[in-house]
Design a protein around this ligand. Structure first.
Ligand code: PMP
Length: 335
């Protein structure tokens, strides 16, 4: 019998490009979303998790029974934990407790050794990234089978997997007929990897950043100052530092996107196009519309549909939460 059966890590990547009908009609462009929510862990971060684990294995840092430690807004932890289960590793996940209840419950269910920490600024030594680094340093000493700190913000294996897979897939799927790409930044791995792949094929493709309020990157790219104002309910995106992965990105322009502008896109997407997505996808689609308006009709713009909306039922899809955050909920959600 031919060996054509898949195992869990084989399910990661090769996601389809979906035409976003309303956004395309609005702009006269073809706006396409890379359906990353179809990865087995439900997000774009499965790719990063697999890339980092495979890189550590190749370097001999991780042996069967070894441990992967990471600080994460949730999705990388989910990907790492599922892949760890499939490949015979353990996972330790450090996460701010401000993240959605659903992501915390999933991590628990999947078997992560979950350490919830207060949501503090990056300069605080108790920030989840620093806590993860210290934990990994302790485990490296103790674990006979090896332990790694996945280090998604600065680990070049993150950009590398997006360059080799996400970016190449977009080029192949559009047969090179792509004029622009835009996405938000959590670690910068997606933006860096896809920008390098697409610019490598055609340097004229416009690469843009969609930045939520409260993040410092829009100001950084538009006037060189790392500062941000306001806040966003979106999870996993928006940062106030330039990571090693982001430094690898080739960015032509950037847009600041408010939640109030972005959220209607995914609320409409659910009710009119049957896709239930998370908040970072809303920022990405709103950004794609701005980029389309700037490039003009007839162009093809690709963005990323990062994760499923059901992991934000208690927040993004909860009218009481939205009201408390001063954000409008659509009528159908309130009834
Ligand atoms: N959307 C969501 C929901 C995420 O969790 C993340 C990663 N934290 C991103 C987008 C951003 O991806 P990247 O880390 O590649 O910048």
């Amino acid at each position: 019998m031919p060996a054509t059966f898949a195992s869990m890590p084989d399910l990661i990547g090769n996601t389809p490009l979906i035409k976003l009908e309303a956004a395309s009609a609005l702009t006269g462009c073809t706006i396409l979303g890379k359906a990353e929510f179809l990865n087995p862990g439900g997000s774009v971060k499965d790719r990063t998790a697999l890339g980092i684990i495979r890189d550590a294995e190749a370097r001999g840092q991780l042996r069967p029974g070894g441990t992967v430690v990471e600080g994460t807004a949730g999705n990388t932890g989910i990907g790492l934990t599922l892949i760890a289960n499939a490949l015979g590793y353990k996972s330790v996940v450090v996460m701010p407790h401000s993240q959605s209840r659903e992501k915390i419950e999933l991590l628990d269910l999947y078997g992560a050794d979950l350490r919830l920490v207060p949501a503090t600024s990056y300069s605080d030594p108790n920030h989840y990234v620093h806590r993860a680094r210290r934990l990994a340093e302790e485990l490296v000493e103790k674990e006979p089978n090896g332990a790694i700190w996945a280090r998604q913000f600065d680990n070049p294996a993150n950009t590398d997997i997006h360059q080799r897979t996400t970016g190449e897939e977009i080029w192949q799927q559009t047969e090179g007929q792509v004029d622009g790409f835009i996405c938000a930044v959590g670690t910068g791995g997606t933006l860096a990897g896809v920008s390098r792949a697409l610019k490598g094929h055609n340097p004229d493709i416009t690469i843009a950043l969609a930045d939520p309020q409260g993040s410092s990157l829009h100001n950084y790219f538009s006037r060189g100052e790392l500062e941000g104002e306001g806040r966003s309910i979106t999870e996993g995106i928006g940062i106030s530092l330039v990571t090693d992965n982001l430094r690898l990105a080739q960015v032509d322009r950037s847009y600041q996107i408010s939640d109030a502008d972005a959220l209607p896109y995914i609320f409409n997407l659910l009710r009119q196009e049957g896709l239930c997505l998370g908040g970072s996808s809303a920022i990405n689609i709103a950004g794609a519309v701005k980029l389309a308006e700037e490039l003009g009709p007839g162009k093809t713009i690709v963005t990323v549909l990062c994760d499923y909306g059901d992991r934000y039922k208690s927040k993004l899809y909860n009218p009481v939460f939205l009201e408390n955050m001063g954000l409008p909920a659509p009528d159908w959600m309130r009834n």
